[in-house]
Design a protein around this ligand. Structure first.
Ligand SMILES: [Mg+2]
Length: 162
């Protein structure tokens, strides 16, 4: 059985991640999930809070996105919007896309990369399988989800912690 344990469990969304702590811990590259982590699904828009946090993140780290989103046109729009390497249709928790991104990073080892996402079974499991550090976040504060989805997320977190 695979034990799912994110390296960092954040009680907040992506903007609550302490970038200086990651730096101190030897992280040099960040690989983001897209939907619910950086952008509200289908929105194609970034909030000012996330934009500001990302601006700081890209000054300190190499950054890229690995998404399971299959809509090639949307992925292309995001590439233009965020100006960073992005792979869609990644089928996380499969590892190939993480390794593909790593090739573009400047001489960085898997253990120096943090995979950041909102889903344990895709983002955390995938990053863990690739030998990378993992960061589990809540979906963006700007999003509102149905109650049952929030409940499922709480159960997922509970399972991880025990
Ligand atoms: Mg997501």
């Amino acid at each position: 059985m695979v034990i799912l344990r994110p390296t960092y469990l954040i009680n907040g969304d992506v903007t609550d991640i302490d970038l200086h702590q990651l730096k101190k811990d030897g992280i040099r590259g960040l690989i983001f999930d897209l939907d619910s982590t950086l952008l509200a699904p289908h929105s194609g828009k970034i909030t000012p809070e996330v934009a500001e946090w990302l601006r700081e993140a890209r000054e300190m780290f190499e950054v890229a996105i690995v998404s399971n989103n299959k809509r090639a046109k949307y992925i292309e729009e995001v590439r233009v919007l965020l100006q960073m390497p992005i792979i869609g249709h990644a089928a996380k928790p499969r590892r190939w896309a993480f390794f593909e991104i790593l090739k573009g990073f400047n001489n960085i080892k898997p253990s120096e990369v943090a995979v950041i996402g909102d889903r344990p079974l895709t983002d955390v499991l995938g990053g863990q399988r690739a030998g990378m550090k993992t960061v589990l976040v809540w979906p963006l504060k700007s999003m509102s989800e149905p109650k049952w989805v929030t409940m499922m997320r709480k159960i997922e977190r509970y399972v991880i912690k025990t």
